[in-house]
Design a protein around this ligand. Structure first.
Ligand code: AMP
Length: 193
């Protein structure tokens, strides 16, 4: 392993907050993997893998994929050391307390460096989701996902604040502005790249 590893980052935030876009940018910046559980499921559903097809039924309804299925997929990816060195950006995982506890277990002694809550008001994310037109972006599904974010995922903000890992970043503004703010937040914790 190299002497210097990259940051281990979790991006929290509502759907439509820009986690995916910024996750890709951060991973590119640091030369690390961008791990999006939603993207993993979409990819595996497209090629007909059973876990992906099973997940798709939940995704299309705007529901969360059951924890055991999500955790199995993440655990498989983390079983490959190439995924976690020099560091990683996790986007869309964890989304429940159970997943957060399982992530601690999977990572073991070298845990997360920073958890970033990318803050964007609900009316803005609803507009963004309506206009991106993904298959699971129906009105019904958008509403259900926002409600699930509040009840299941938002409590993780406190979970990680209690562990002194949480930083909040304003997700409004151009992609470049938001990336700059994210890099500054990460550098203040982890040091410059
Ligand atoms: P995303 O690509 O992050 O917007 O996720 C798309 C959909 O995949 C979500 O609406 C969920 O149905 C499902 N999903 C992705 N990640 C998770 C997760 N960590 N836990 C449960 N469901 C997930």
């Amino acid at each position: 392993m190299s002497a210097r590893r990259g940051p281990r980052i979790v991006l929290l935030g509502k759907q439509g907050s820009g986690k995916g876009t910024q996750g890709v940018r951060l991973a590119r910046h640091y030369g690390m993997q961008h791990l999006s559980t939603g993207q993993m499921f979409r990819d595996s559903a497209e090629v007909g893998v059973r876990a992906g097809l099973e997940a798709k039924e939940y995704m299309d309804r705007g529901e969360l994929v059951p924890d055991d299925l999500v955790i199995a997929v993440v655990e498989e990816r983390f079983g490959n050391p190439g995924e976690v060195h020099p560091g990683f950006v996790l986007d869309g995982f964890p989304r429940t307390r159970q997943q957060a506890l399982e992530l601690d277990r999977i990572l073991g002694e070298h845990g997360l460096d920073i958890v970033i809550d990318l803050e964007v008001p609900s009316d803005v994310v609803v507009e963004r989701m309506r206009s991106r037109g993904r298959e699971d972006d129906t009105e019904e599904s958008i509403r259900r996902r926002l409600a699930l974010y509040e009840s299941e995922t938002k409590p993780l903000v406190d979970f990680y604040r209690d562990r002194s890992l949480l930083v909040t970043v304003d997700g409004l503004g151009s992609e470049e502005d938001v990336e700059r703010a994210l890099l500054a937040a990460i550098a203040s914790r982890f040091g410059a790249p």
